[in-house]
Design a protein around this ligand. Sequence first.
Ligand code: ATP
Length: 245
Amino acid sequence: MNALSVNNIEVIYDHVILVLKGVSLQVPQGSIVALLGANGAGKSTTLKTISTLLRGERGDVTKGEVRFLGERVDQLTPNELVQRGLAQVMEGRHCFGHLTIEENLLTGAYTRKLSRAQLRDELDRVYRYFPRLKERRNSQAGYTSGGEQQMCAIGRALMAKPSMILLDEPSMGIAPQIVDEIFGIVKDLNANEGVSFLLAEQNTMVALRYADFGYILENGRVVMEGAAHELAANEDVKEFYLGVA
Ligand code: ATP
């Protein structure tokens, strides 16, 4: 069964600019799928279409449908999606800078009615995956590093207990070693709890190392798709996206 199925999505910005020209992709339950492509290819627009955040950005979905666990979800609000188990971590991380790391994490549980003890358990669960966040739990998020803020944003999404997470450019502006740490945690969450991921990445090399399957977007279209190890070995991908041909 597919966790997510995006079928033939077309998106227009400002009534004139066609940026997604019929994008289709699938995320099987329990898998990590990478959405790859250069700056401006349409990765963020695809994620925003799925999470229905596009409406705030003068973007219109003019064709296609999005299904989550088999059901149409394109008319839901982002909150309703989170309640159904689809959480998103958007580009730029969006932690609340003036709140502590722990307060940020707690805001992620707002859709759930949890007792104090249950909240504590959920925090402990997030801290098991992100020991760094535990160390920094009383620090104001705005004063932590880029990597810690990215972890905080993922941790906050986890507090909603999602079965799937959309991640936009988790590696952006973060030191390579921390990028590996973050992807390693994504892999653990996937392996231990079966959380599915759709992650948009410009960093093709890293994404293909951790993903099961990949789609390459160019100019608002999927131009290539395949198992991650096949894409990583493909000569065109190597030449255009990995810079190692
Ligand atoms: P990036 O890595 O920069 O996020 P991307 O692959 O995610 O790139 P998108 O951000 O989805 O690409 O952008 C796709 C196209 O849509 C680009 O040409 C961009 O200029 C355009 N675009 C994005 N957001 C808007 C907007 N709010 N209004 C008008 N055009 C937009």
